[in-house]
Design a protein. Structure first.
Length: 563
């Protein structure tokens, strides 16, 4: 980290009065702070992180200085080398701000095959030695999260395990015979196809032999079972359709769900029924082509099918999460597909388009043989391409180690209203990709854009994405947050929707009201939006947390003004 980057990071933390996810602030003005939890969390975090020493969070991130910089640097370096497993690579940057010493400590991410990084004196399991970064804090890993990292070092065999309570009679012979016919046609020269059907099924890991008994494997039962849920009740797909944009919003009749369905059966049947039902629940737009009308769903069918099939193929089938199921949630503004277990192997949110790693190799091969998936790493690319062709923003991927979630948004990016909004930037030296990024940031509200987000949106390489994002920052249209590989960008709050255009979101409406009248109260917010008091409080707090607004006064006299 260069000195100017350290100073910029200090300025950002002090201005925003909060720690970014990749930054942990410690005072260190009296003694060397305890940092093993942050060292572990950043070592396990994609991209690593930064310890920022010399600021006091309890004093509003005021600069208090590092008491003995040489001692602090030596003790933290020794701890990273001698007390962390594996040892961590640190880089130190020291500067003076307001006459006081400030130190930045860069912690590099360790390779996936060495995770999880943990504090040796406390041990790996059950004692709080391994940590993850979550929402700007460090938290101990659960037993399952530790297991998920360790299992990623090799090839799991959970899908090959025999189902001890089942026998060959629990397989649907019609499904099995169809599969064998396809395999014999497509792999006609393979020697494993010689012998009886039972021998072939054993070679293909659809079944395994236990003495004289032929038992289905987990993969075989899932793909060809008469009713797999007899043995694994939670190996199913659920669908919940909500009325609004959150789980708490109820229908006018007070109901929690608009629709609530479960889908069971073997994998091909389960995927087909879930896909058809969810597509039927989507809103449709009609396109007239000659004498015929074509209905276009609000989310591309191809993108949703890929997300659903991948959820089944890549979920974790280990004993830790066999009580969890795949969830599809439809809201007024988005569609979510969530599966148990985080990303596997070397796959991360940042490289998910190009890196390919298979947790369930046998199940994946069977699904590939039946053309339910393509085991060639093309699924995410197909998903992104279908969304681009529909003028929708890229999906948002979320990996919590416990689960993996894909979010699709039904916002059409370049609609007429967005184009009108962009006219205010007509004199700026930016290209169409950069304009699309501005619309994306506006749609996302207070969310930030990373280099990876820009690449997915515009289908460019990392170098071009970095150059064009910095161009937007140089033009004053976005704010640059963080430094180096932890850089992200947010729409400049001074470049909001012109008053002549209709605000789209609840947050837009609140900000437009404050710009016009100077402030807003909770009661005025409720009247403006037609929401209840908790919802108004949530929205106002959200705008304060993102530094769009700030509160003034207390109790009933509290008002909110522009930050």
């Amino acid at each position: 980290m260069e000195l100017k980057e350290l100073r910029r990071l200090v300025d950002q933390v002090r201005q925003r009065k909060m720690e970014p996810d990749a930054v942990e602030v410690k005072a260190a003005h009296v003694d060397t702070p305890k940092v093993y939890d942050s060292l572990s969390a950043f070592g396990n975090r994609p991209g690593g992180g930064v310890l920022l020493l010399g600021l006091d969070e309890r004093q509003g991130f005021r600069v208090v200085g590092v008491g003995n910089a040489q001692k602090v640097q030596s003790e933290i370096a020794n701890s990273a080398r001698d007390q962390m497993e594996p040892p961590l690579n640190l880089q130190f940057t020291v500067d003076e701000i307001e006459g006081l010493t400030v130190m930045g400590v860069e912690v590099s991410e360790i390779p996936n095959e060495q995770k999880p990084c943990y504090y040796k004196p406390k041990g790996l399991k059950g004692n709080g030695g391994a940590y993850l970064r979550s929402g700007g804090t460090d938290r101990p890993m659960t037993d399952y999260e530790i297991f998920s990292y360790i299992s990623s070092r090799g090839q799991p065999r959970n899908d090959e395990e025999p189902v001890n309570e089942a026998t060959g009679d629990d397989l649907d012979r019609d499904l099995v015979n169809d599969y064998l016919q396809k395999i014999r046609r497509s792999r006609s020269r393979s020697r494993i196809l010689e012998g009886s059907d039972d021998d072939v099924l054993t070679h293909l890991h659809v079944c395994c032999r236990e003495g004289d008994v032929l038992r289905p494997t987990v993969a075989g039962l899932l793909m060809f079972g008469k009713y797999p849920q007899e043995f694994f009740p939670q190996f199913r797909i659920t669908f919940l359709q909500y009325f609004g944009t959150s789980e708490s919003e109820r229908t006018p009749r007070g109901e929690r769900f608009v629709d609530n369905q479960e889908f069971e059966g073997a994998v091909p049947e389960m995927i087909e029924h879930a896909e058809n039902h969810v597509l039927g629940a989507m809103r449709k737009a009609s396109l007239i082509e000659g004498l015929f009308r074509r209905d276009i769903p609000e989310y591309p069918q191809e993108a949703f099918r890929e997300a659903l099939a991948n959820a089944v193929a890549h979920r974790d089938y280990s004993a830790f999460v066999r009580g969890s199921y795949i969830q599809i949630r439809m809201f007024a503004d988005r569609l979510e597909v969530e599966s148990p277990g985080g990303l596997f192997g070397n796959v991360t949110i940042d490289n998910i388009e190009h890196q390919h790693s298979t947790r369930n190799a046998r199940l994946m091969r069977m699904m590939e043989d039946l053309h339910l998936v393509e085991n060639r790493g093309t699924g995410i690319k197909v998903m992104l391409q279908s969304l681009r062709e529909a003028s929708l923003e890229p999906p948002k991927f979320e990996d919590t180690r416990n689960s993996f979630r894909v979010k699709f948004f039904n916002h059409t990016l370049m609609n007429p209203e967005a184009i009108r909004w962009l006219k205010q930037f007509v004199d700026y030296p930016i290209n169409d990709r950069q304009r699309l990024a501005l619309v994306y940031l506006r749609q996302q509200g207070n969310q930030e854009m990373t280099n990876g987000d820009y690449r997915r949106l515009n289908h460019v390489d990392p170098l071009v994405a970095g150059q064009e994002l910095r161009g937007l920052a140089d033009a004053g249209l976005v704010e640059q947050l963080g430094v180096g590989r932890w850089t992200s960008y947010r729409l400049n709050v001074s470049r909001e929707l012109p008053e002549t255009l209709e605000p789209r979101t609840e947050e837009d409406k609140i900000l437009a009201y404050v710009r016009r009248d100077g402030s807003i109260t909770n009661g005025q917010c409720r009247q403006l939006l037609g929401v209840d008091e908790p919802r108004a409080y949530y929205l106002l707090k959200k705008l304060c947390d993102s530094k769009h607004l700030k509160p003034q006064g207390i109790g009933k006299a509290r008002r909110y003004v522009l930050a």
